[in-house]
Design a protein around this ligand. Structure first.
Ligand code: ZN
Length: 184
């Protein structure tokens, strides 16, 4: 099978078309060499108004960037969500729809999920107010951590150039909750 090659222009079109993470990920997965990934990131970098280096796009609006010795999640507007190993949703503005009335605002009757079993969680950027993600989950379900990338492996094994200040590949969300919310 011939290898598919994306020109910078095609990539830009794809990006302008507002790719969800799943599509972005499949494009990134299609990269056989660092050059194409670099082209992709280069286009994203040109689009954002801040200087921090993009390490990996997470969603249409969120990026993991290098900030000094840290890797933080940043919205395209510039708002920072902090350490990338902590689920950014914990630091987003959250609106939960868990009443029949609120669910019906989104779904025409009788299509709405039953508020006895389901709730819809909408996450917004505190900086620009854009809606970042919507999760429909069973009532009381833990906050979904969509994707924790193994950045060091990705850069070292895939791109062949390790990142500075290697970080332990670990979900730090529960530590964040204990420290920030429970004051433990
Ligand atoms: Zn924002």
């Amino acid at each position: 099978m011939p290898e598919i090659s994306y020109s910078k222009e095609v990539l830009r079109d794809l990006i302008e078309g507002k790719l969800p993470w799943s599509a972005t990920k499949s494009i990134i997965s299609g990269y056989k060499d660092a050059d194409r990934f670099d082209k992709y990131v280069e286009i994203l970098q040109e689009k954002v108004p801040w200087p921090e280096r993009i390490l990996l796009p997470l969603t249409d609006e969120l990026y993991i960037v290098q900030k000094g010795e840290e890797r933080v999640i940043k919205c395209s507007c510039g708002h920072e969500f902090g350490e990338y190993r902590v689920n950014w949703k914990l630091r987003a503005l959250t609106h939960v729809r868990d009443t029949e009335e609120e669910l019906n605002e989104l779904y025409p009757y009788p299509g709405a999920p039953d508020p006895q079993y389901c709730e819809i969680r909408e996450y917004y950027c505190p900086g620009c107010g854009i809606q970042l993600q919507v999760d429909t989950v069973p009532f009381g379900y833990p906050v979904i951590f969509d994707f924790l990338p193994d950045l060091d492996s990705f850069y070292m094994d895939w791109l062949g150039r390790p990142l500075p200040q290697e970080k332990e590949f670990k979900d730090l969300s529960s530590e964040f909750i204990k420290k920030e919310w429970l004051n433990e």
